[in-house]
Ligand binder design. Sequence first.
Ligand SMILES: [Ca+2]
Length: 307
Amino acid sequence: MADNLVLMDHDGGVDDYLSTALLLTMEHLEVLGIVVTPADCYIKPAVGATRKLLDLMGRSDITVAESTVRGLNPFPRIFRRDSFSVDHFPILNESETVRAPLAAETGQAFMVRVLHEAPEQVTILSTGPLSTIAAALELDPSVEYKIKELIWMGGALNVPGNVDKIIEGGQDGSAEWNVYWDPPAAHRLWQTDIPITICPLDITQNLPVTSEFVRNIARNRRYPLSDFAGQCYALVTHQDYFFWDVLTTAYLGRPDLFELRKWETAIIPDGPSMGRTLVQPGGKKIKALDSVKTAEFYEYILKSWAR
Ligand SMILES: [Ca+2]
């Protein structure tokens, strides 16, 4: 199974649980662990929900670790509270015991250990801020060379960001939230030799989670995973919601659905554009998911969750 090793780092939003659920359907990958970064969540329910989801999917062998990093710009509480709801979903609480183990060490120390112990380089899938990975590199810079590639939901290249200028006073609206939560962490990763592929707002803005899609999931409700996914999306249908993390994760399962494009970019670490992913000739060479076969993507996730 070497060459297909994946370590996931998510930040506890609805989209993150769905990404976990999608990742675990990919039989060609070996998931070495799941780290939860305390960003778009409250950490205790987020870790609880992740472990219970692993149990639901029959993957109680995968360890979950709790990162203790702190971001510069917290996510709004109205987003973060979804972690409590998901942790209390009936479908995740049929059993009185939680079996998927919780790592004894911090998420960042767990990441260092898993990378060290891995027999081959590891792909990191990150669907939240890069703070835990930056902290792991701080603990042990040598693990950089155990990272094969970072696949990240983050950034806005040639479209506006999603950090609200009015709520986040003093900002110019160019930042994407996963960068903005901890701009220095993203900036740190941009100084490494780690190959980075991002899933920016440029592509995700074309993929809304529509009511029609949520109703299509409901038709598969007899499958536990579709029931779970439908519940998750029902929590967020009151707001504009897109396939952010799930789209990023789908790239691991069906790279053939995507076109990629190369960019040279820099992360702005401070000031009114803090958290901006700036297209800048001479900057770090990265790849970005540029387009996706939309109908086949929808079909892929519906089918993946029909179990
Ligand atoms: Ca996320």
